[in-house]
Design a protein around this ligand. Structure first.
Ligand SMILES: C[S@@+](CC[C@H](N)C(=O)[O-])C[C@H]1O[C@@H](n2cnc3c(N)ncnc32)[C@H](O)[C@@H]1O
Length: 208
């Protein structure tokens, strides 16, 4: 599958990223580029049922539920109590009506059915891959090579494969320059390394 990320996807993503960056516990939220990829998937593939592993404080969940493409339901898993509390605060009443939250690892076995889009942004185990079928779009946020390999090991048992493609922003690693005040009131130059976005990995499950 080939994703076309538009300016509309980028500005939608930037707005959500900026809003969530201000919220408590925002250290591990999905980056703006990953959210723009998610927006492109929603626009192009129009998934109805979505499963997200590792909802955190809800950045990606919010993006799905607030997108102009209206999904039927979003099933999410989150094990951290602080994140669950923030997730509920960060979503609107109408968002919450479409949310099926599995708040601890013990209730994951209750998730049933196949999904059109599965997002991997937290801890997963082999049994979580039972929700994948031919045609499911998989989105793996960040590098997570182990998760991608585990997905394909499990899929191969059923004669399936997911050919992941890396999508990364073209922003390269660079040094940002600024000034820092010393204790004596002098200014000294300050360099900060701005790292290259790790991007995300996206593919669609198909026959081997
Ligand atoms: C990469 S984060 C998930 C981010 C989420 N998908 C989002 O875009 O907001 C993966 C996991 O880290 C944990 N986590 C994230 N933020 C945390 C926080 N502020 N405090 C404790 N755990 C956190 C949660 O268990 C979460 O499932």
């Amino acid at each position: 599958m080939q994703l076309e990320i538009t300016e509309q996807d980028q500005s939608f993503a930037e707005g959500i990223y900026r809003m969530f960056k201000q919220k408590p516990g925002s250290q591990h939220i999905a980056g703006s580029f990953a959210i723009s990829c998610l927006s492109a998937i929603l626009r192009q593939n129009k998934p109805e049922n979505i499963l997200e592993f590792g909802a955190g404080i809800g950045t990606m969940t919010y993006a799905i539920l607030d997108h102009e493409h209206q999904v039927k339901q979003v099933t999410v898993t989150e094990a951290n109590d602080f994140c669950i509390e923030q997730l509920k605060k960060n979503l609107t009443k109408s968002h919450l009506q479409k949310l099926d939250l599995h708040s601890d690892d013990n209730s994951k076995h209750l998730i049933s059915g196949d999904f059109d889009l599965v997002i991997f942004d937290g801890n997963v185990e082999a049994e979580d891959f039972r929700h994948l079928r031919e045609g499911t779009v998989c989105m793996v946020e960040g590098f997570r090579e182990k998760t991608r390999n585990a997905i394909n090991q499990e899929l191969q048992k059923s004669g399936l494969i997911c050919n992941f493609k890396n999508y990364a922003s073209d922003r390269k690693q660079y040094f940002a320059f600024g000034w820092k005040k010393t204790g004596l009131g002098f200014k000294r130059p300050k360099f900060k390394l701005v790292k290259h976005d790790k991007g995300c990995w996206i593919g669609q499950v198909e026959k081997l």
